[in-house]
Each structure stands twice: as C-alpha cells, then as structure tokens.
Design a protein around this ligand. Structure first.
Ligand code: AMP
Length: 423
C-alpha cells in the first residue's frame, strides 16, 4: 500500500510518499511560501530533484500541485493518483479527545476545528490539508495523527494548572503537550535499541529544534512534558520564551503592551533570539559564542541551564531513568550542546563518551560510556514515518495493536509500534 503523509502549515505543505509496510520513501518534497508570488515546489524522487516556481495561492492549490507532480509522466512516481491507498495528516492539537491516531470522519473534523481555538496557527492549515486531500482523493481513507495524543497519558496531577478549576471545565485550560509524535518515536526507538519492550522503558526525551520540549516517559508512556496548553511553555526555544513569571505580562500590559504585542513578544521575539539579540539559530549562536560574543554565550547558557532543570525534575518524577534521548535539529546535530547538557546532569547517572558524541551527527548512536548508569542516545526523529505507520495500521487489513473508543464516538485509535523508516 502507498501512503501519502501530509504536514500542512500556514505557509508550507510537506509531503512524503511511502511504500508500506516497509516505510520506503518513494518521493518527498514541499511547497513553500504559499500565498506569496515566490511560492515554490521542491520534489525529490529517485535521487533527483525537481522544482517548480509558480504562485500557489493556498493549501488546496498546493495539494493539487503535489498530486499532479506525484503522478507526472516525467518526474512522478505514480501512474495515477488512485494508487495512493491512504493519507496520513499531522495535526497539532487534538485536545483531550484523542489518545491516538484516528481515521478521519465528520466528527474528527469538527473536533480539529474546535481545537483551532487552542492552536490557531496550526490546526486551521492542518485542517485545510485534510479537506484538500479529501476533495482530491474522495475515496481514500484519511488519518489524523495528533501531536498531543502521546501525552494523553499524563496524569491529572501533572496536567492541571493551579488556576480556578472552572477554567479547566469551561475552557479546557490544562497541559496538553506537543511534539508527541516525535517523543513517542524516539522513546520507542530507544526501547528497541536497548532490547526492551516499548512499555518497559523510563526515558527523558529531549526534542531540541527550533521548538523545544522535554518529556518524562515512564514505562513507555508520557507522564509529563514541558510544553503546556500551547507550545509556548517549557524550555526556551528559537524565538519562544518558554516558562516565565506570568506577572511579567501584567507588568508589561501596564506599560502599554496589548495582547497582540505580548503574543508576538513571547512567541517571536524571545528565546535564543531575544537573549542573544543576534539569531534564533543555534549554529549561528555557537559560532558567535566561540568568537567571544557575550550575549550569544548567555543565550546558550540559559538554554542549557533550563534544560538541566527539566531533566533534573523529570529524573525526580520518574524515580529511575534508563535513558536520556536527544532529537530535533539541535539534539541530533550539536555535539557542543549535547556535551554541555550531559555534563550538567551527571547527578542522574549519565556519563558522556566524548568520542562517541563527536561522531554522532544526524545519525542514531549511543553516546554514553560503558560505565554510565543511564544510556544517552541520539535518535533522529522521524515523525513522517510514524504517521505513515499509524495510517497504514489503521487503514490496512492489519489489526491495530491498540484500538479503543473515545468519548466522541466510534473511532479506532492507535499508538503503535514504529518500524525504523527514515527519509
Ligand atoms: P529543527 O526545528 O528540528 O529543524 O531544528 C532547528 C535548529 O537546529 C536550529 O536552531 C539549528 O540551528 C539547529 N541545528 C541544526 N544543525 C545544527 C548543528 N550542526 N549544530 C547546532 N545546531 C544545529
């Protein structure tokens, strides 16, 4: 079966076409700068690249262009788009309703719309991708894979904010957590590498990219995570502040900042960019810090310190830790940051093998010494392969490993095992 995986954002749509069940990538690509004059499709197939520069008005048009390209006589990999057996979509927010991936029906669409309130930048383009795929492939089953679903196992004691309880009841204000597809993928890979069952690992998974989150995984399930109601909470990120005293916002409101300005401040002007005043990109900051730039060094130090605090807290929450896992652009590539973080948390029993760390760039590796009580892994995340697998399991004849009903109706849901497909 061929499974198309779609990740539709506000200005880009990424796609991967997989041959399942082996998760072999047949083609992949993206349409970027949607809505601008300079939109462009980049398509990668059989080791070749094909680009199209043309104005793409919206997600619907992007989806049409992607499907045309996949079935193109010259650069396509399909004879016709009807060869696509199922489509899997990344959806950022599934609220409390979804504990796993689901086959999309009208109820699921209504829920994704409902949670747009909590993820206004993400759920609407995710939904636009689903609707466009449905229009173009009306007879093909579509699956939604939620970034929040892996965190559905977080206990109430960890997901409640100490606000009036009615706000939880009325508005659903609670910790949901994000990057769940990635945390689940790397936790399962770590268990597999250690020869453990997926429900037999305690791990602290660090997804460190432009967005960053740390998750405490107990017996294979998320029991706490650093992102909250929205992906703003937690460790500092490229441009997001992460945790801060909420009174700072009231103080700035008194100084004349309105809600829009405060949102932009915390989401776009803070984090590594805000601290350094130079860049949100860790590569640049490492370079500037090496040359003696004080603010770049400060940004890196704060970033590392705050991750240390989360790792320490989650070690306490987990009681015993089998592994610390690094993923995301920084986690997978930055030898420097991994060394800095691991050396800051030796109390929990990690001991870094410096040579192994040096060699572990963008590839799966164990980077602890033989004597280390806790394993340290670098595991490149592969969210699209995880989505392809969920989609295949839910839409093919194979029986899902976990299937349950949710409160909104008769929906098969699953959080399943992931073969190690990679792009
Ligand atoms: P992501 O959002 O997962 O694509 O990650 C983006 C982040 O990874 C950016 O801050 C990049 O600077 C960072 N990154 C990518 N490669 C490296 C590298 N070799 N060293 C340090 N940071 C890197």
């Amino acid at each position: 079966m061929k499974v198309l995986v779609i990740n539709a954002g506000s200005s880009s749509v990424k796609y991967h076409l997989y041959q399942m069940p082996d998760a072999e990538i047949l083609a992949r690509g993206f349409v970027e700068r949607i809505g601008e004059e300079t939109s462009k499709l980049s398509h990668f197939f059989h080791g070749k690249t094909h680009t199209v520069s043309t104005k793409v008005e919206d997600v619907e048009k992007a989806m049409e262009l992607i499907l045309e390209t996949l079935a193109d006589k010259e650069v396509g990999v399909l004879r016709q788009i009807s060869e696509i057996g199922a489509v899997g979509h990344r959806v950022v927010h599934g609220g409390e309703e979804f504990t796993g991936s689901v086959i999309i029906d009208e109820k699921v669409i209504a829920s994704i719309e409902k949670f747009a309130d909590l993820a206004p930048l993400h759920n609407p383009p995710n939904l636009a991708g689903i609707l466009a795929a449905q229009r173009n492939l009306p007879n093909v089953k579509q699956v939604a894979c939620f970034d929040t679903a892996f965190h559905a196992t977080i206990p109430k004691v960890a997901y409640m904010y100490a606000l009036p309880y009615e706000l939880y009841e009325k508005y659903g204000i609670r910790r949901y957590g994000f990057h769940g597809i990635s945390h689940r993928y790397v936790a399962r890979r770590a268990a597999a590498i250690m020869g453990k069952d997926k429900y037999d690992i305690n791990a602290i998974t660090c997804h460190l990219g432009n967005g960053c989150s740390v998750t405490a995984v107990k017996q294979g399930r998320s029991i706490d995570t650093s992102m909250g109601l929205t992906p703003l909470e937690g460790v500092p990120m490229g441009t997001r502040s992460g945790d801060l005293d909420p009174a700072i916002l009231f103080y700035l409101a008194d100084k004349g900042y309105d809600a829009k300005a405060l949102k932009a401040l915390c989401n776009k002007q803070s984090g590594l960019l805000g601290l350094s005043g130079i860049s949100n990109d860790m590569r640049n900051l490492e370079e500037f810090a090496r040359k003696g730039n004080v603010r770049a060094k400060l940004a890196i130090d704060v970033f590392c310190y705050r991750i240390k605090k989360y790792i320490g807290a989650y070690a306490a929450v987990l009681d015993t830790v089998d592994a610390v896992v690094f993923t995301g652009g920084i986690g997978e590539n930055s030898v420097f940051m991994r060394e800095k973080i691991c050396n800051a948390v030796t109390q929990i029993g990690v001991q870094l093998d410096y040579a192994a760390n040096q060699n572990a760039i963008a590839k799966e590796a164990e980077i602890n010494t033989k004597d280390s009580k806790v394993k340290i892994f670098v595991i490149p995340t592969n969210e699209q392969a995880a989505i392809a697998n969920d989609t295949y399991e839910l839409t093919s004849d194979k029986q899902p490993i976990v299937s349950k009903q949710n409160s909104s109706g008769n929906i098969a849901q699953k959080q399943m095992e992931i073969p190690h497909g990679r792009s």
